[in-house]
Design a protein around this ligand. Structure first.
Ligand code: TTP
Length: 258
């Protein structure tokens, strides 16, 4: 991987009359998307950074709490999916996409809408990585069957037709690191559900990101998505504890959005 970030300016493509600039952060599992999202939020407090609703996937409400049983009963769909991918991948991919869309459709706070220079909304992942990275990969692995895949694509396309303009991206920030580095970070953070993830799975997801965002060989069903500019940031270098690397990455993001 190159040590310098590749840079592609969205200036000509970013519409000047669109008040909200929406960008998503994409990248492999454990590459550091949430750390980077927190970094952006701290550096740019007037940006609206929307975290991925992973805890919802780990705590799916089965029954709402009642007076007689105040503890809600929840199931961990993330854990179920990793334990038995053939049984649960379709369910997981439906729920993760729905919960993401619901979170990302939330109205922008008034204070941000009035911010000078326009509002910036940053998403951790998008409905597009849901489909073109994870769901597609599970289909290719045979964990989503062809009927489930047809159903998934049908409702996903319909949702994008109906709501796509409200989550339309003007830029994508691709945090790029080798699958080996992601595996190292994944092992370090030790999320219980991810214990069995192997390098091979991260390599497959890496290739999907590369095909979509670098090689542009993924077949996309949304014309507007093909034109979205991509800022590629080298995430091989640990940035969490390194202010110099952070400054460099942040200035690239600011340039990208200016
Ligand atoms: P990620 O979206 O990759 O989030 P992360 O917390 O690993 O990212 P980072 O460390 O870079 O901040 O995925 C969260 C978990 O959900 C991970 O185990 C992969 C899984 N997942 C799927 O299986 N399918 C999906 O469609 C998505 C979005 C995630």
């Amino acid at each position: 991987l190159s040590s310098s970030a590749l840079f592609c300016s969205p200036r000509n493509l970013m519409s000047t009359n669109n008040y909200i600039k929406r960008v998503s952060i994409e990248g492999n599992i454990a590459v550091g998307k949430s750390t980077f999202a927190r970094l952006l939020q701290n550096a740019c407090p007037d940006w609206d950074v929307i975290a991925e609703p992973v805890s919802k996937w780990q705590n799916v409400d089965q029954t709402p709490p009642t007076a007689s049983s105040p503890q809600p009963c929840t199931s961990n769909l993330l854990e179920m999916m990793y334990r038995d991918p053939k049984r649960w991948s379709y369910t997981f991919q439906s729920f993760s996409c729905m919960s993401r869309l619901r979170t990302q459709l939330q109205p922008l706070p008034d204070t941000l809408l009035r911010s000078r220079g326009g509002a910036v909304r940053v998403y951790e992942r998008s409905v597009y990585s849901d489909r073109y990275i994870f769901a597609l990969n599970m289909f290719a692995l045979g964990c989503i069957n062809s009927t489930e895949w047809a159903v998934y694509q049908d409702w996903h396309s319909f949702l994008i037709e109906q709501f796509g303009h409200r989550v339309q991206l003007e830029g994508i920030i691709y945090l790029r690191a080798s699958p080996q580095m992601c595996l190292e970070r994944l092992n370090r953070r030790a999320r219980v559900e991810e214990q069995e993830i192997e390098l091979d799975y991260l390599e497959k997801l890496h290739t999907r990101h590369e095909d979509w965002l670098i090689n542009k060989t993924t077949t996309l069903h949304f014309e507007q998505l093909m034109k979205v500019p991509v800022l590629v940031l080298d995430a091989e270098v640990a940035f969490e504890q390194n202010p110099e690397v952070q400054d460099c990455l942040l200035s690239k993001v600011r340039d990208f959005l200016s």
